[in-house]
Ligand binder design. Structure first.
Ligand code: SF4
Length: 264
């Protein structure tokens, strides 16, 4: 099985390449996103004997952030722009990917954990004011959904689950960093919110849908549509009777509110 191997920094990447070259493993190097500072360490794809190569690297005490089955990147991986713009404070700071594993609930997707040099506890009440999510001021955690990916922010850590592959995971981290910095830059115009909210669940989406199981979204039931929307397979706007046909005008505002607030 071909594996993507991710490293926390360029030193460990260099050690891994030296060892793999010496032992004649075939691999290729994939450049990460240009703007993702420390997290932009290139990763290696070992096409054959990936598990054996990992074992060899670990025995030689090369630090690996993680390994997942290789999948080619989606064509539309967003390469991002420099962030924050020059002169603007970087509240997130350095982003270093420390863990990469398949998602427990969906092994086709991956989960990344990145350590950051900044302190996100200061920005969380602002994030909570502008985006629906689950905020716990006592534990300093804020979770939300970004285009079907589950994001959890901690004081000095970011976890992103349900990314499609490694580059998509990096692009997700980059998008998170840019969004946090953009909110921080306009904090003076935002009213702080310490309100603690629960994350949205399937039932909350389902009870706002028409409930007719008409299948126009491609799913057999509204419940299946709600569950798969939460997993990122659909956008809420794919419920055509509400969003295209105007058959349920009373359902449009509550569904739109969820779509905007939770990024679904
Ligand atoms: S299109 Fe809307 S109403 Fe029809 S099954 Fe899908 S979610 Fe239910």
């Amino acid at each position: 099985m071909a594996l993507s191997l991710v490293f926390p920094n360029r030193d460990e990447l260099g050690k891994a390449k030296q060892l793999l070259n010496r032992l004649c493993y075939e691999y290729h190097e994939v450049n990460s996103l240009a703007h993702l500072d420390e997290a932009a360490v290139p990763f290696l794809v070992v096409r054959e004997n990936g598990s054996e190569a990992v074992h060899t690297l670990l025995q030689a005490k090369v630090a690996l952030s993680g390994r997942v089955e290789y999948r080619p990147p989606l064509e539309d991986v967003d390469q991002g722009l420099p962030c924050p713009p020059e002169g603007q404070e970087d509240i997130v700071g350095r982003v270093v990917v420390m863990s990469l594993t398949p998602c427990a609930a969906d092994p086709e997707k991956i989960r990344l954990i990145a350590h950051i040099s900044g302190d996100l506890s200061k920005v969380m009440p602002y994030l909570n004011a502008v985006r629906r999510g689950s905020y716990n001021p006592n534990a300093n955690t804020f979770s939300y959904i970004d285009a079907g990916r589950m994001i959890s922010l901690f004081q000095s850590k970011i976890a992103a689950a349900k990314a499609h592959e490694v580059l998509d995971g990096y692009a997700t981290l980059w998008r998170i960093k840019c969004w946090i910095n953009a909110v921080w830059a306009r904090r003076e115009s935002i009213e702080l919110s310490y309100e603690s909210r629960k994350a949205i669940n399937v039932l909350e989406i389902f009870k706002r849908l028409p409930g007719t199981n008409c299948r126009k979204c491609g799913e057999l039931t509204c419940m299946a549509f709600a569950a798969l929307t939460l997993q990122g397979k659909h956008g809420i706007a794919e419920c055509r009777p509400v969003f295209e046909n105007g058959e349920y005008p009373q359902l449009l505002p509550p569904l739109q509110q969820i779509a905007d607030g939770y990024g679904l």
